[in-house]
Design a binder for this molecule. Structure first.
Ligand code: BES
Ligand code: MN
Ligand code: MN
Length: 467
């Protein structure tokens, strides 16, 4: 570590408390993108962020979209020849329900056990803030950054990034970068920093079964009228085989075999199956028996029922034959599956289960392509060095089962390598009650990103000799 970096790290350590307080202000804004009654709050978060970025010495703009605004900020004062880094993040958060499960309210950030609890602490406001701390530390210590930086923050990640795609195409000149850096994922494990080599894609559907025009008395009508809840159940039960594979015909046709080197890398990672089970409170794991747990989580496609709604579910008994039933079902995709193809396969699978008297409709809510990276490049080397320096422990290359659909679009549009360097932890409760971010990771993450900027200075020359 150079002496220049010592002052940056000292600055970060000295400003930790203050940084967490600023992040807490950001976290207080209830920017739940999918709930229309929060749309004002989402806009407020965008404005707050624009102001914060401006105060850091960046030029920051708000771009309205047909949905929530996009925040775009730039700093282009690096020495000639220095690379440009694009940082992507999202300022929207998931809904907080069920509220009663939260130990402290979701929008009142609270520190307990050196963790910051709040909706968005890990996903993704807190991780964005890690980058902004690294930028401020360089600015404060050197009056400049070693690289040019473009920051792209959207407010619709949790709803499928619909308006970001056209924005990227329209603005690809301004977004042009030598490397894309994203912190919106967990690390492999506590104390083991990681760079991701893959994300799964996504195809999300709503399935609706409509029977009679109104709920019916199940005694007066049951026996002669088909029950849409039963039809839906048959459909849902048909999605998997007894061996836990997905039973939609053609689902695996495009799935590529893993390269032996990738497989070996995954099998070498320290994974404790018993701990994994006990952390989530299950007695047995499921899935494809020919694959290791991490392969099933990261490298294999899946189908999950995300929600079911029909009939009477309140207290006591109510004898009703429901008029309709519906379910949310999503598929995680791997190369070379596409959401469009999965939509076609699911539609024909469901058409094959048609039942007289019930009309079934399938609607795709959103989709995104899977992503996987060539990890043998100078950007990955730089990321591993920066993480290893900051955390004092070798960084690993890991995969992930989650999805950030825009990663593939960014990579395709800008033609630059993507570094997914997350500082969350697997038990962080993202999307669930009591979401938290480790304050130790917050601090070390800022060190790592500050270090990464320095490591990436040489990227243009290294990329040339690698290519
Ligand atoms: N930050 C997550 C993505 C993530 C989580 C990646 C955990 C890897 C591990 C992101 O905000 C997210 O929640 N993505 C959604 C997809 C989106 C299309 C709604 C997801 O993965 O379900
Ligand atoms: Mn996220
Ligand atoms: Mn999320």
């Amino acid at each position: 570590m150079s002496s220049g970096m010592n002052t940056v790290h000292d600055w970060l350590n000295a400003h930790l408390t203050e940084s967490v307080e600023e992040l807490a202000q950001f976290l207080r804004i209830e920017s739940v993108s999918t709930q229309p009654h929060h749309s004002r709050d989402v806009e407020k978060a965008a404005l707050w962020l624009q102001n914060a970025l401006t105060a850091m010495g960046m030029s920051a703009e708000l771009h309205p979209t047909g949905g929530h605004p996009i925040v775009l900020a730039e700093w282009r004062g690096a020495p000639p020849g220095a690379p440009t880094i694009l940082i992507y993040a999202h300022y929207d958060v998931q809904p907080v329900e069920p509220l009663a499960e939260w130990t402290s309210p979701p929008f009142e950030p609270t520190v307990r056990d050196n963790r910051l609890y709040a909706r968005g602490a890990a996903d993704d406001k807190g991780q964005l803030w890690i980058h902004l701390m690294a930028i401020r530390a360089h600015m404060a210590c050197h009056g400049a950054l070693p690289v040019n930086v473009v920051i792209l923050v959207e407010g619709e990640e949790e709803m499928g990034s619909k308006h970001l795609r056209p924005f990227i195409d329209a603005q690809c000149g301004r977004l042009a970068a030598d490397c894309i850096v994203i912190s919106d994922t967990p690390m492999f494990a506590e104390g083991i920093p990681s760079v991701l080599s893959s994300l799964r894609g996504m195809a999300y559907f709503e399935i609706r079964c409509q029977g009679p025009s109104s709920d019916l008395h199940s005694g007066q009508y049951g026996g002669a009228v088909r029950n849409p809840a039963a039809t839906l159940s048959r459909i849902l039960a048909s999605l998997h085989g007894d061996d836990d594979t997905v039973a939609v015909r053609g689902f695996y046709d495009e799935v590529q075999n893993q390269a032996p080197a990738d497989r070996a890398r995954i099998r070498a990672l320290p994974f404790d199956e018993e701990l994994f089970k006990s952390e989530i409170g299950v007695t047995a794991l499921a899935g494809e028996k020919d694959f290791e747990v991490l392969e099933r989580l990261w490298k294999r496609p899946t189908c999950e029922v995300n929600g079911i709604l029909s009939g009477y579910t309140g207290e006591g008994a109510k004898t009703v034959l429901p008029a309709s039933a519906f379910a949310k079902v999503s598929f995680r995709l791997v190369p070379a599956q596409t959401p469009q193809e999965i939509e076609r396969l699911l539609a024909s699978h469901i058409a094959g289960l048609a039942a007289d008297g019930v009309t079934t409709t399938v609607r795709m809510l959103h989709g995104g392509m899977p992503w996987s990276a060539d990890v043998a490049g100078p950007a990955f080397d730089a990321a591993q060095r920066a993480l290893t320096t900051a955390f004092g422990r070798a960084a690993v290359i890991a995969g992930s089962g989650g999805s950030i659909p825009i990663v593939r679009d960014l990579e395709d549009a800008l033609g630059a390598p993507v570094l997914l360097i997350g500082f969350g932890l697997v038990g962080e409760n993202a999307h669930a009650p009591n979401e938290w971010l480790s304050l130790n990771n917050f601090r070390l993450g800022a060190h790592a990103i500050a270090e990464l900027f320095v490591e990436l200075v040489q990227l243009p020359e290294l990329a040339e000799s690698h290519a």
